[in-house]
Write a protein that binds this ligand. Sequence first.
Ligand SMILES: Cc1cc2nc3c(=O)[nH]c(=O)nc-3n(C[C@H](O)[C@H](O)[C@H](O)COP(=O)(O)O)c2cc1C
Length: 207
Amino acid sequence: MISANHEQQITTEDIIRSRRSVRKYERGVTIPAAEWNEILELAFSAPSSWNLQHWRFLTIQEQANKDRLLPIAYNQQQVSDASINVVVLGDLQANLAAETVFENAAPEVREMMLGQINGAYANNSVFSRDEAIRNASLAAMQLMIAAKAKGYDSVSMGGYNPKALIKEFNIPERYIPVMIISIGKAAAPGRATERLPMEHQVISESF
Ligand SMILES: Cc1cc2nc3c(=O)[nH]c(=O)nc-3n(C[C@H](O)[C@H](O)[C@H](O)COP(=O)(O)O)c2cc1C
């Protein structure tokens, strides 16, 4: 249960059920810094392989920068109107975080984990790319749920030009853009969407 106020209890289920992709936002809304930090903290509590936390969030909230992002996102208006755009990046060299992540582990555990992680990442660009996208996507989903829990809406976007994004915002080669998420106060609700039948989506035991 997430306690909203004295009269009302909003459940995790309510938040998940009420999230929709919102594409119309009130312009000029600033998410207070303390609240934004809480949202980030919730997003960053996502699980990740070996706890390597493969995500980086490039946050774009100055209007001039949102408007630089607009054509890169094929003029999807939400990019200009929302309070914040988060360019979710995946770390292609997440193994480099291992030393810090396992800093306080027992020396033998640390050595074992570092050996395992560096072994997995050695000369394996497919693995590092899959891991970057897989793990950053979990933080991205948590970001949207956390924002919703704090009263903000969002839309995740794959509709952008990655080459132009990398160039315009000087994204280092180490990071791969995974998606952009616009977050803000809804000016109009998202449209209802259907889901495919459960029997189509669930394969029980084996194909
Ligand atoms: C990876 C990904 C990429 C998406 N790209 C876009 C996009 O570029 N523009 C957009 O308006 N919506 C985009 N969406 C939102 C989807 O259209 C939306 O999630 C889907 O229709 C289901 O609706 P709902 O989010 O309201 O439940 C994207 C969603 C995901 C997960």
